[in-house]
Design a protein around this ligand. Structure first.
Ligand code: LLP
Length: 436
């Protein structure tokens, strides 16, 4: 649950506001955002890396793909973070929030000319190069503007980590980055160093997402430090910065445990120091790109229960199918990755015995499952409120309008009066896109 949640008389309160009141005021489904929780986690991540890596300079970029809105960009900026973006839409949102272009990074394995131009026009802090052809493209766009583009190179280190194949990103056979093993990464670095329109800031690695085991980060860092030393030997250019990406895992269910970020940062910093000593190179500066770990735990999705249906199972048992008023359109993660979540009755107490239940959505697919297996009170019924924690990352940001179901709002709590920071979509919004 977000930091600032409590239960009084069976009613879940987020930042002291009962969800019964929020459901009445904002409707369901809705993503409820604990703003102080978000801000304190952003600050905690920044401090953890700064303290562990001192005296090296550290920048923490919030990975906006997890969830970005103008208010969120400002809150994390106010906690000393920068913003990592991966498209023109994310970049434009960060800029519209008033974030200085120099404090923004741009990623992407297939950046368009328009995206590169938008970045350069706004004095972007870094473009992360993801392929050899992109080097010439960025150099040409920078030359056309009479600029020198600040770039990093995303290196595929061969480290395989992360929750699901779809989100593991540093093994060889996938689309991101330039391979260390094949020599493409070194070739890219040499080309950049030799190009007068490009300024090489450093080397980048992102090994995957929802990673709970810290060893992969140290292995990737060692690979980057080695490559940095090789580049220095060959060209005399010692890259100033290492970006070790994001991917820090969080708890989705009561059985799981989030990464201990202070311990992880300390052991990673130690491994980097040791590797620099072994290589005989000075420590670089460091940056990080956590997304999920900052925003994930700070949202709860509030649903209203509709149909409740007992189903007999082949093994003689039974399961209660509890339908809610959203589903795979507001949280695709269970269908896409087999992700687990937890849910609790949120609007009243119940003394009924818990029964095995499956929470499902309202969409026209049997795979439209919110939670595959969860215990819920046997008297759960239409009209009840159900809360699902840890939905802040890749929930609203990956939401769709499947079945032409409008997307839910994000309601900010704990920052003045409750308010929508992303409003509820309406059927009229959807019809406005339909030109007849
Ligand atoms: N940096 C880069 C270059 C990335 O590609 C990503 C995530 C991040 C940072 C942030 O990773 P995080 O700290 O949030 O794990 N939709 C998937 C996750 C995709 C992650 C893509 N890249 C999911 O819902 O699990």
């Amino acid at each position: 649950w977000p930091e600032n949640t409590d239960v009084h008389d069976g009613v879940l309160h987020v930042n002291e506001i009962p969800v019964t009141e929020l459901a009445a005021g904002f409707g369901t489904p809705a993503y409820l955002l604990d703003v102080p929780g978000l801000r304190s986690r952003a600050a905690r991540y920044r401090r953890a890396f700064e303290e562990a890596f001192a005296p090296a300079q550290v920048s923490v970029y919030y990975a906006g793909k997890a969830f970005l809105s103008r208010a969120v960009a400002r809150w994390v900026r106010d906690e000393g973070l920068r913003i990592d973006t991966a498209s023109a839409g994310e970049l434009a949102t960060a800029l519209a929030a008033g974030i200085d272009g120099a404090e923004i990074g741009l990623h992407g394995n297939n950046k368009s000319v328009e995206e590169i131009d938008l970045a350069l026009e706004n004095g972007i802090g870094r473009l992360v190069i993801d392929s050899l052809p992109e080097i010439d493209l960025v150099a040409a766009r920078a030359a056309a503007r009479g600029q020198r583009a600040p770039v990093m190179v995303r290196v595929t280190t061969g480290v395989h980590a992360g929750g699901h194949d779809f989100i593991a990103t540093a093994h060889e056979d996938q689309k991101f980055g330039l391979s260390l093993a094949s020599g493409a990464a070194l070739q890219a670095l040499e080309q950049i160093v030799a190009n007068e329109h490009l300024e090489l800031l450093g080397l980048h690695s992102h090994i995957g997402s929802q990673i709970l085991d810290p060893d992969g980060f140290a292995a990737a860092a060692a690979a980057l430090l080695g490559l940095r030393a090789t580049l220095a030997e060959r060209t005399g250019h010692l890259a100033a910065e290492l970006d070790l990406g994001g991917g820090y895992g969080i708890a989705y269910t009561p059985q799981e445990q989030a990464v201990d970020i202070e311990a992880l940062a300390a052991s990673l910093a130690q491994a980097c120091r040791r590797e620099c000593e072994r290589l005989g190179t000075p420590q670089p500066d460091y940056s990080f790109e956590p997304g999920r770990a900052i925003v994930g735990p700070s949202m709860v999705t509030l649903y209203r229960v509709g149909t409740v249906k007992p189903v007999e199972l082949e093994d003689g048992g039974s399961r209660l199918y509890v339908s809610v008023d959203g589903g795979m359109s507001d949280n695709i993660r269970p269908a896409l990755y087999g992700a687990d979540y937890h849910a609790e009755l949120a609007g009243r107490t119940s003394s009924a015995d818990p029964v095995p239940a499956r929470v499902v959505g309202k969409h026209c697919e049997s795979g439209d499952i919110v939670i595959r297996d969860v215990s819920l009170p046997g008297d759960i019924a239409a009209g009840d409120l159900l809360a699902v924690p840890a939905t802040g990352a890749y929930g609203r940001s990956m939401a769709s309008q499947y079945n032409l179901v409008p997307r839910p709002p994000v309601v900010a709590l704990g920052d003045g009066a409750p308010r929508e920071i992303v409003r509820r979509e309406t059927v009229d919004d959807l019809l406005a896109l339909d030109l007849g």
